[in-house]
Ligand binder design. Structure first.
Ligand code: IDP
Ligand code: MG
Length: 141
């Protein structure tokens, strides 16, 4: 079993798409093992996206991610990381395949409705960022 982090971003929460997005995730046989509504400060958003320091889109991304509530979700499944990236689609919703979350719900390349961890190490770091101390548990909480 593998764990990954999904964020339902502020653009999707604002448009009342939380339920529809989580439904797709559950239909794809992911188990929700942690979930919380979060309001990111710009400082926390900058820390979460530290890997993008120096990129031209970073300031806009931080402003967007701290603009309203988001939902942080830890998901569990075999091959969770790559399976969630496939379910989510490419960064730009206009280029994402039909039926992916970003194609169907994303507004534009910035407001693309969801975040999904991209590798084992980043998934562990990102889960720890939102749910510190939960990764050694068996899931029986
Ligand atoms: P990913 O979310 O598909 O992994 P990343 O390249 O890691 O894409 O970028 C992180 C986030 O930054 C994206 O999900 C999107 O919200 C935003 N972003 C990425 N590229 C651009 C861009 O060219 N313009 C505006 N925002 C962008
Ligand atoms: Mg990324």
């Amino acid at each position: 079993m593998e764990r990954t982090l999904l964020i339902v971003k502020p653009d999707a929460a604002e448009r009342n798409l939380i339920g529809q997005i989580l439904q797709r995730v559950e239909l794809a046989r992911f188990r929700i093992v942690e979930m919380r509504l979060v309001r990111l400060s710009s400082e926390r958003a900058r820390k979460f996206y530290a890997v993008h320091e120096g990129k031209p889109f970073l300031d806009g991304l931080i402003e967007f991610m701290s603009s309203g509530p988001a939902i942080a979700v830890v998901l569990e499944k075999e091959n969770a990381i790559s399976d969630l990236r496939a379910l989510v689609g490419t960064t730009d919703p206009a280029k994402a395949p039909c039926g992916t979350i970003r194609h169907d719900f994303g507004h534009d390349v910035q407001r693309n409705s969801v975040h999904a961890s991209d590798a084992v190490e980043t998934a562990a770091t990102e889960i720890e960022f939102f749910f510190p101390g939960t990764q050694d548990e068996s899931g029986s909480r």
